[in-house]
Design a protein around this ligand. Structure first.
Ligand code: FE2
Ligand code: FE2
Length: 178
């Protein structure tokens, strides 16, 4: 594919984002299954439903651009998901520690998606694709909320793990992260 214009880049990046969402749809059920904490499972289940919607929105974007719905291999998401699979294969005896690792990978996934959607939103804006901006911003907001939720869970989990291991939280951390 020729990448000479911002329109070319935009179309190419959409295919990459589409592939990362397809991979996530496939990977999230295993992350849910491996999670012990009900709150974490509920958060991931909720985000799996949203991820289905993200795929549909991208298909709408391709349609609005009169482009075929097409994916292009996203090696970055593939790499993050490979690291996530490595957790499932590791010998981890503590459910808390496994949950903390799953949250960590979930946050990496969401940050990657936020970067991708931030970029395509900005490009769509510059290109004057206003209806497409609306669709992509909805997804960007959902990715951001998902990350914030995981971040909250991470803080609580880390504190619980610290108490279990008799580690005193650094001064200020306890008060500022409730
Ligand atoms: Fe997504
Ligand atoms: Fe996401």
């Amino acid at each position: 594919m020729q990448l000479n214009t911002l329109e070319d880049l935009f179309a190419d990046e959409l295919k990459d984002v589409y592939h990362s969402e397809l991979q996530l749809n496939h990977a999230l059920p295993a992350m849910i299954k491996a999670s012990s904490c009900v709150k974490l499972r509920t958060a991931l289940e909720g985000h799996l439903v949203e991820t289905h919607t993200h795929v549909v929105r991208l298909e709408q974007v391709f349609n609005l651009l009169n482009l075929p719905v097409k994916a292009k291999k996203c090696s970055a998401m593939e790499g993050i998901l490979k690291e996530t699979e490595d957790i499932f294969a590791s010998k981890i005896h503590s459910d808390e520690i496994r949950d903390i690792l799953i949250i960590c990978m979930g946050q990496k996934i969401e940050h990657y998606e936020m970067a991708s959607y931030g970029t395509v939103c900005a490009w769509a804006e510059v290109l004057g694709h206003h209806a497409i901006v609306k669709l992509l911003v909805q997804t960007l907001n959902e990715e951001t909320r998902a990350e914030e939720h995981l971040s909250e869970l991470a803080t609580n989990k880390i504190k619980a793990a610290a108490i279990e291991m008799h580690i005193t939280c650094a001064e200020g951390y306890e008060n500022s992260q409730t």
